[in-house]
Ligand binder design. Structure first.
Ligand code: GLC
Length: 530
């Protein structure tokens, strides 16, 4: 991996726009709210912010159903607010990545409205309308990722249209040249406004198998995280990488911009096909989202990711949480022990080469909230008729203070209710407590920023028992940075000799002349002479 570009090892913080900060009191986060909180992000020590979609949208999927990718939804502000956010972020030295949703539009997009209004319209072929199947039902057996069929009947014409997500999110037909032209226009619109890059939604989508034939029977109707595995004809077609080759040429006309793809595939060799000097700079690395918190599983996944993303012009990424999955302290068992495991996991990933992506609120140790059924809004919950809980529990608003009912997020009624954890896990309370998760994130990120320029690109694994994890990277002029993780539930002594710990994920790490003791569920960065 060649060094230099900011994105190669920059820490990116995902802002879920609806839930970060509400400036106008309507209970929904907005762009001016984010702008007002930018100093918090610089103090936290991140390099860039990724903003989830804030474009004009009927909000069938909370903004991932875009009616106009070049306009701001009034709920979130105006284009002038977006410009001001960019201006203030750049003045603080923060980069800004925005979300692009090229697989589909909203059904309220003007192209789709034209396509519905007149089946002979030139816009019709920019989507995937098809006649009914032989039995009079949908044209094929594809299912929506959100549950139910991936086709909805357009009654006046008797044809169905394809939507791999909600029926309010019709898929574009990327075999139509006008779709390519439009997306280049959108790229340039935001690049010209000064964004530092793009997060590309379902980047392994876009193209479908040419004749839209049935997917092989999956044997399971369950909605899995890696939906592409059971729908090979709907995802990851060979043509899609060509789109990113072209987009990369566009980005390379500008200075230091980046594209990170949401390539939701479980096999990293397939994901790696999307990244490189002539395509995407990065792709999310998702297998850790489903891995148990165990040293041997982690070691295997980290080794695999480092190898898969060792592509010239790319860099690895590390993700533990986002707005689509259960927050990682909860995945790791919740409560005190879940929180300890989560901090240890974070410290381990922060020691690796590549770019960590943090999710809003993880620096407070937030767990998944239990959103009562009456408040749930996720289309997954609605489309599954309540069978699948959905993602609302990882999208509850950010608690800034300990003061109900708005917790510093809003002066109004929050769009999703705060859970009981907000009383303790909030920015104000944790800022005042040196042992808080927030204080730990600040320490770790500060140290990471300080050490990164001097850290070697390669990872040397330490020879430790298989239920412990340890690796080292050279630290120019100072020896090696050693990261050790004890993911087990009892304290362990390691034959690692180092000087006192630089940062730890919890209390009680002891560094002796012959061994290092790491408490249960704890990680530490140590400085070792070589
Ligand atoms: C991505 C987004 C998710 C959204 C879906 C459809 O997976 O992260 O939130 O629902 O795409 O756009």
């Amino acid at each position: 991996m060649s060094r230099g570009a900011w994105w190669q090892d920059g820490v990116v913080y995902q802002v879920y726009v609806r839930s970060f900060a509400d400036a106008n009191g309507d209970g929904i986060g907005d762009l001016p709210g984010i702008t007002s909180r930018l100093p918090y992000l610089t103090e936290l020590g991140v390099d860039a912010v990724w903003l989830t979609p804030f474009y004009l949208s009927p909000m069938a999927d909370h903004g991932y159903d875009v009616a106009d990718q070049c306009d701001v939804d009034p709920l979130f502000g105006t284009l002038a607010d977006a410009d001001e956010l960019l201006r203030q972020a750049h003045a603080l030295g923060l980069r800004v990545i925005v979300d692009l949703v090229p697989n589909h539009s909203s059904s309220r997009h003007k192209w789709f409205q034209e396509a519905l209004a007149d089946p002979a319209s030139a816009y019709r072929d920019r989507y995937l309308f098809r006649r009914a199947g032989p039995d009079g039902g949908p044209p094929n057996n594809w299912e929506s990722v959100f549950g139910g069929p991936a086709w909805t009947l357009d009654e006046p014409s008797g044809e169905y249209y394809l939507h791999l997500f909600d029926s309010g999110q019709p898929d574009f037909d990327w075999r139509h040249p006008a779709v390519h032209v439009e997306w280049e226009r959108i790229l340039r619109f935001w690049l010209d406004r000064g964004v530092d890059g793009f997060r590309i939604d379902v980047a392994h989508g876009l193209y479908k198998q040419v004749d839209l034939s049935d997917n092989p029977p999956s044997g399971s109707q369950e909605t899995t995280l890696f939906h592409a595995a059971s729908m090979p004809h709907a995802w990851d077609q060979p043509e899609v990488v060509e789109v990113y080759r072209r987009w990369r040429q566009v980005l390379d006309e500008y200075d230091a911009r980046v594209m990170v793809g949401e390539v939701f595939l479980s096999q990293l060799d397939k994901v790696a096909r999307f990244v490189g000097a002539d395509r995407l700079h990065q792709s999310f690395n998702f297998p850790l989202l489903v891995a148990p918190f165990e040293a041997d599983a982690w070691r295997a996944l980290i080794t695999e990711a480092l190898a898969a993303f060792a592509v010239e012009g790319a860099s690895p990424t590390w993700v533990l949480s986002n707005h689509d999955v259960i927050r990682h302290p909860t995945r790791y068992g919740g409560g005190v022990a879940g929180g300890e495991r989560a901090r240890a996991a974070t410290l381990t990933l922060l020691a690796l080469p590549g770019a960590p992506y943090l999710y809003e609120g993880e620096e407070l140790g937030l767990e998944q909230d239990e959103v009562p059924p009456d408040y749930r809004q996720d289309p997954i919950w609605q489309r599954s008729k309540g069978a699948v809980t959905g993602r609302d529990g990882s999208r509850t608003p950010m608690p800034w203070t300990a003061d109900p009912p708005g917790y510093g997020f809003t002066a109004g009624a929050p769009w999703l209710p705060f859970g009981p954890q907000a009383a303790e896990r909030n920015v104000a309370t944790e800022t005042a407590d040196a042992s808080s998760t927030l204080a730990f994130y600040r320490r770790a990120l500060r140290l990471r920023r300080e050490l990164t320029p001097d850290l070697g690109a390669t990872v040397r694994w330490l020879d430790l028992p298989s239920d412990l994890l340890g690796f080292a990277r050279t630290l120019a002029g100072r020896g090696e940075l050693v990261c050790v993780l004890n993911a087990t539930d009892r304290a362990r002594d390691l034959a690692v000799v180092a000087s006192s710990p630089l940062v730890t994920s919890g209390a009680g790490v002891f560094v002796g002349p012959e061994h290092t003791r790491i408490p249960a569920r704890t990680a530490a960065w140590l400085l070792a002479d070589v």
